[in-house]
Structures are given as structure tokens and as C-alpha cells.
Design a protein around this ligand. Structure first.
Ligand code: KIV
Length: 287
């Protein structure tokens, strides 16, 4: 059996000054794509609430949602560390309930580590998670679970006071024992300065090139989600547009009687379908 993927890549890349590449994934298919593309780690982000489950924010995402999707990702056996988000509400009550939630992500979901949003306020729960041997990734800057308190999805850390607070929180999370830190939507100069000052790697999103690594949402990178168009996203493909075109071609062929062709049928009604979702042996006979 292959050895489990570890988080060692985070410290290694920071030490060598090599950029970390982290991609979100939410299911078997996206995890296989991330693994085949040889990224460094997968984040099962609670962004799944928006890009997969259709919520307007990440707030409604449940622990069950996160466990189910984390398990789907790890069933892909990506051979990469898989970090799972603790969803809103799962770490806000007390430390014992936070540890119980994180244990589900590790034991049922197969996560290597958990990520949670916030700084000093989360000291007690982060300590409890680390005591339970669960590695923790921090998340500062724009923390989407605080969208109502922040008054929207706004850049954070602007101005001397806010910048000093972010630097302080970052050092605090490092000293507490977080292995890495997401910096979301903070000015590039501040993110670069914080990254240089820390010994743990920062993973940026909307935080400029000075971070130790970058993370993007799978659906944003591949052009699969149009509801939001953050300026920090670069779309490397237009799979949503391509998918609509492909489905349209299939629709046209069905209506024209072109699909299915003879090669898509079977000679013998009793032969099992090749690769059927219902299971069964591969029957290769064709009409
Ligand atoms: O939920 C998520 O996908 C995230 C990343 C955007 C960092 O937290």
C-alpha cells in the first residue's frame, strides 16, 4: 500500500523558495484532474457551497457536506495532501465540538489536515485541534465566512492599522503551530511582506505574487462558474462554454437520428453493457 501523502511538501517548498500550487477539488473527477496535473495539494474548500451546491455564500455549508465531498476527493487516491475546510459553525461553539468536527473530516473524509478561518479569536480551537494531532492551515484576510460582519467580499488589510493587525495575526497563527496560511484578498505588498517574515508558507488568492504559493477554485480556473468574476481569477480554459457546445451537438444528433450510431448498440440484448453504471462485466459486443 502506498505511504499516505504528507504535508512535508509545504515546509520543503518554503525552504527551497519554490512556489506551492494548491487547487480546490470537490469530488472524484476534480481530484483526479488535480492529481494528474501534479499540483502540490488539494483543498476541499467550503467554496463548494457556491460552485457545487448553489448557495449564495459559504455559510450554509454543513459538516456533512464537507465530509461527503472530502471523502469523494480522497477516494480518488490523489497521492496528495488533502486539506478540508471546517465549515461555518463547526468551530465557533467550543473546542470539543471543533475537534469532533475535524475528526470526522479526518476519519470519514480521509483529510490530511483542516483549514479554518480567523486569527487570535480561534486560539483555543486551534490549540485543541493540534492537541488532537490534526494539522491546521490558517486563513486570514478576506474570510468568506465573515461576509456579513465584513459587509461584503472586500479587500482586507488596507491601511497601516489593518496591515499591522494582519501581520500580527499571521505571526500568531505561525507561533501557535499552523503549518501554512491562506491569505485571501489582501494588498500584494502586505502579502509579500508577511510571507517574507514567516517561516511557514503563505498560500495566496487575490494576494499577489509575493506569497509562497497560490490557490484557485477549480471551477474558476477552468471557466465552469460564471456567477462571480473576481478580478484575481485567471481562467485557463472555458470548459463551461465547451460543455454547452458539446451537449448542443449531442442534442442535434439525437434529434437528427444520428446518435446513437450502430457502434453504440449491442448485438445481443442479454449482453451486459460495457462500463455500465449499474456495474456488470464489460460486454464488448456491438451491433
Ligand atoms: O473555500 C475555498 O475554496 C477557499 C479558498 C478560496 C482559499 O477557502
Amino acid at each position: 500500500m502506498p505511504a499516505p501523502a504528507t504535508l512535508g511538501v509545504f515546509a520543503r517548498r518554503k525552504r527551497k523558495g519554490e512556489k506551492l500550487v494548491v487547487l480546490t477539488a470537490y469530488d472524484l473527477t476534480s481530484a483526479r484532474i488535480a492529481a494528474a496535473a501534479e499540483v502540490d495539494a488539494i483543498l476541499v474548500g467550503d467554496s463548494l457551497g457556491m460552485v457545487v451546491l448553489g448557495h449564495e455564500t459559504t455559510l450554509p455549508v454543513t459538516l456533512d457536506d464537507m465530509v461527503r465531498h472530502t471523502a469523494a476527493v480522497t477516494r480518488a487516491r490523489p497521492g496528495l495532501p488533502v486539506i478540508a475546510d471546517l465549515p461555518f459553525g463547526s468551530f465557533h461553539v467550543d473546542a470539543p465540538r471543533t475537534v469532533e468536527a475535524a475528526l470526522r473530516l479526518v476519519k470519514e473524509g480521509g483529510a490530511t489536515a483542516v483549514k479554518l478561518e480567523g486569527g487570535r479569536k480561534r486560539e483555543a480551537v486551534i490549540r485543541a485541534l493540534l492537541d488532537a494531532e490534526i494539522p491546521v492551515m490558517g486563513h486570514l484576510g478576506l474570510t468568506p465566512q465573515s461576509v456579513h460582519r465584513l459587509g461584503g467580499w472586500k479587500v482586507q488589510g488596507r491601511g497601516a492599522e489593518a496591515a499591522a493587525r494582519l501581520r500580527d495575526e499571521a505571526a500568531f497563527l505561525q507561533d501557535l503551530g499552523c503549518f501554512s496560511l491562506v491569505l485571501e484578498c489582501v494588498p500584494a505588498a502586505l502579502a509579500a511582506e508577511a510571507s517574507a517574515a514567516l517561516t511557514i508558507p503563505t498560500i495566496g488568492i487575490g494576494a499577489g505574487p509575493g506569497c509562497d504559493g497560490q490557490v484557485l477554485v477549480f471551477h474558476d480556473l477552468l471557466g465552469l462558474f460564471d456567477d462571480l468574476a473576481p478580478s484575481f481569477v485567471k481562467r485557463y480554459a472555458e470548459l463551461g462554454r465547451d460543455a454547452v457546445a458539446a451537449v448542443g451537438r449531442w442534442r442535434d444528433e439525437v434529434r437528427a437520428g444520428v446518435f446513437p450510431g450502430p457502434e453504440h448498440g449491442f448485438l445481443d440484448q442479454d449482453a451486459p453493457a460495457a462500463g455500465s453504471y449499474g456495474g456488470g462485466a464489460a460486454g464488448k459486443e456491438r451491433a
